[in-house]
Design a protein. Structure first.
Length: 293
């Protein structure tokens, strides 16, 4: 469905203070924030779901939020930098104690919103199941729930708990990025830089792109600095950052966002009239069904 464009809103300037920018605290964000502090912004770190709440509550001006949140209104995408994948992502995994077609309960990582929605869409569309949802608290592991399927994201999905089938308790594991890519033929976008409506981001869009480019040019140094803290060897860390993640919100990523929006709306996970808002400086022209603000 093609929506009528919304009217641009007058942007609010913020004299006297730096923009408050929220970033995800996971390893996958490190290349996007490399050198960002030099842009003169205040950077705070939190879980993806909490960043979305803080942006909605006006405690942040701009944040790296779960992509599904931009379908729910009040935000616009302000950068061509993102966290995405074009195949296995390694840090978003769904573990099964039973066959996907028999899943009745799904435990989802408390930090997740986009991945939780993606898991529900894939299970419903491909296997016809709509499991009851339970929250898996931060710090809990696979053994802390008896749900038929368990979703882990971020750093705790990468390590030992996320690499195998946990001593035989689980029958199979999906890498959700790879499942979407193989199912649709499109990349997947997990998180985007978004501003709350009415905020003038000024030159921040450029700084976010530049930070992404600087991070991508320094992946080896980032891996060397971060590997031990995340329980990885330097080669493992570098491979994850270089080979599993994609940081550009290009035309195919935008097409994928549009498809994800339609599935989310169809499953009641986003408003039926959801519109993706785009900052006019964020890059290419937006998709049909989105609006430049």
């Amino acid at each position: 469905m093609i929506h009528n464009p919304v009217q641009p809103r007058a942007h609010q300037t913020l004299p006297g203070r730096a923009l408050r920018v929220g970033a995800v605290q996971y390893l996958n964000t490190k290349p996007l924030v490399h050198g960002l502090a030099a842009a003169g912004v205040e950077v705070v770190y939190d879980l993806p779901s909490r960043l979305a709440d803080r942006l909605a509550d006006r405690r942040l001006d701009v944040a790296l939020i779960p992509s599904i949140e931009v379908f729910r209104g009040g935000h616009r995408i302000v950068s061509d930098a993102c966290i995405g994948c074009r195949g296995p992502v390694m840090s978003v995994k769904l573990f099964f104690r039973t066959l996907p077609s028999r899943v009745a309960t799904l435990a989802v990582d408390e930090g997740s919103r986009t991945s939780a929605a993606l898991a529900r869409i894939l299970l419903s569309e491909r296997h016809g199941v709509a499991p009851a949802i339970e929250s898996l608290p931060i710090g809990a592991g696979l053994a802390d729930t008896r749900a038929d399927a368990v979703l882990l994201i971020g750093d705790r999905a990468i390590g030992d708990a996320g690499s195998g089938l946990s001593g035989g308790s689980f029958q199979m594991v999906w890498d959700l990025g790879d499942e979407w890519c193989r199912w649709t033929g499109l990349p997947f976008v997990f998180a985007v830089w978004a501003a709350r409506d009415g905020i003038d981001v000024g030159g921040l869009s450029h700084h976010l792109s530049s930070a992404r480019d600087a991070g991508r040019a320094n992946l080896a140094a980032i891996a060397a600095a971060e590997a031990a803290a995340h329980g990885l060897t330097v080669p493992q860390c570098l491979s994850y950052l270089r080979d599993n993640l994609y940081y550009d919100l290009g035309s195919r990523e935008r097409e994928s966002l549009g498809l994800f929006r339609r599935y989310a709306a169809g499953h009641g996970l986003a408003p039926a009239d959801a519109v993706i808002g785009w900052e006019s400086r964020a890059g290419d022209m937006p998709l049909p069904g989105s609006a430049v603000r």
